[in-house]
Design a protein around this ligand. Structure first.
Ligand code: NAI
Length: 349
């Protein structure tokens, strides 16, 4: 769908196109919905082939942030920023400063932090020019990736229970061994899960295989692995026409954002009897970490909140069984209901 059609279809409040020639900055800031609070969402930097591609990504990811916050009970709205460029080549101090100044001009309507291609050091550079950025401090005892992985672990525990078992002995095919994927793999291995892993970075896959006593497959073979759960922790859009017929698992549960290429793929998973734990419920640890970064919750409190993702997933899966509906449809319904109630309470249409 072209970006402008998508914009009205997804119901965004505001989208800002940013261009600063002298700093080499081209970016999109998408504010989806601020009913529950100011928009929160990371800033991503990728070499998008066009500004249209960047816009589509920002639109989809910011809508997912609204859903994530609503389901996690965080009083924030959904937003996301994407910067067009190759982080290893195009990222400069001037670019980060120029971007941060735009965030500052929004006056707190959008609060951001690191995402793919933007790390804590970049966020620290931005923080000199805007109050509306946060990140896990250097040397902090828990990082955003730790919390995201912990949330996925607890979600996986609930999925295993729903499948009639426990984590010990569960067979998981895990895609992506980056910041979150490797931490998750370590947690799962510690619980006695049998892992098959892959990463496009062969060295990373090799190291993890040795450390975790896991099996390893080539990146494209992960969809064919016979296992209990497929855990996507790399890219979005991995549940598609191309991959669905190949899956030989009973469930899907992972950290990647926007796993369904289109909503119909979630319906198709349901039709095939594959339990899909909705990405934005499972990976909410990343958003919850914001409360820790801002000092609203201490370490013990944040670990408790993130561990609660397991309970949330259990309730959702139970309700989906009762309603004979795919869990992601049930979750979308809950989000809509929460936003409707909040709008009514604020007297908004
Ligand atoms: P990352 O960039 O550190 O790791 C991604 C890993 O996937 C890399 O090791 C990369 O080599 C690998 N990869 C890329 N394409 C692949 C492919 N086709 N097959 C196998 N491996 C492939 O990213 P990070 O931070 O671990 O995030 C992973 C996913 O989780 C992303 O979708 C992100 O949006 C999502 N997420 C991350 C959060 C965080 O706290 N970092 C929070 C919530 C969601």
């Amino acid at each position: 769908m072209p970006a402008l059609e998508l914009l009205s279809a997804l119901g965004h409040e505001e989208v800002i196109l940013v261009r600063d020639e002298s700093a080499g900055l081209r970016a999109v800031i998408a504010i989806h919905d601020t009913t529950l609070g100011p928009a929160a969402g990371g800033t991503r930097m990728q070499p998008y082939p066009s500004i249209d591609g960047a816009l589509v990504d920002a639109l989809r990811l910011s809508k997912a942030m609204t859903a994530k916050a609503a389901m996690a009970g965080v009083e924030r709205g959904g937003g996301k920023a994407v910067i067009v460029g190759d982080p290893s080549r195009d990222k400069s101090r001037a670019l980060l400063q120029a971007f941060a100044r735009v965030v500052e001009r929004l006056g707190g309507r959008f609060h951001t932090g690191p995402d793919v291609g933007i790390d804590g050091r970049d966020a620290a550079v931005m923080a000199r020019h805007t109050r509306h950025v946060s990140f896990t401090a250097e040397g902090a005892s828990v990082t955003v990736a730790d919390l995201t992985a912990l949330g996925v672990l607890e979600a996986m525990r609930s999925v295993a229970r729903r499948l009639g078992g426990e984590l010990r002995g569960l067979r998981v095919a895990l895609q992506g061994l980056g910041q979150v994927g490797l931490r998750l793999a370590r947690l799962l291995a510690g619980e006695g899960v049998r892992l098959t892993v892959c990463d496009v970075d062969a060295r990373r896959a090799e190291r993890a295989t040795a450390e975790l006593d896991a099996s390893r497959v080539a990146p494209d073979e992960i969809y064919d692995v016979e296992a209990d759960v497929f855990s996507p922790n790399a890219l979005g859009g991995v549940l598609s026409d191309a991959t669905l017929p190949r899956l030989r698992v009973q469930a899907v549960c992972g950290a990647a954002n926007e796993q369904l290429e289109e909503p119909r793929h979630g319906d198709e998973l349901h039709r095939r009897g594959i339990l899909y734990a909705p990405d934005y419920v499972v990976n909410a640890g990343g958003l919850l970490s914001l409360l820790f970064e801002l000092g609203e919750v201490d370490e013990e409190g944040i670990v408790r909140r993130v561990t609660g993702i397991g309970e949330r997933v259990s309730e959702l899966l139970e309700r989906a069984v009762q309603e004979a509906a795919p869990p992601f449809r049930v979750a979308d319904g809950i989000v809509e209901e929460r936003l409707r109630e909040a709008r009514a309470a604020h007297g908004r249409p």
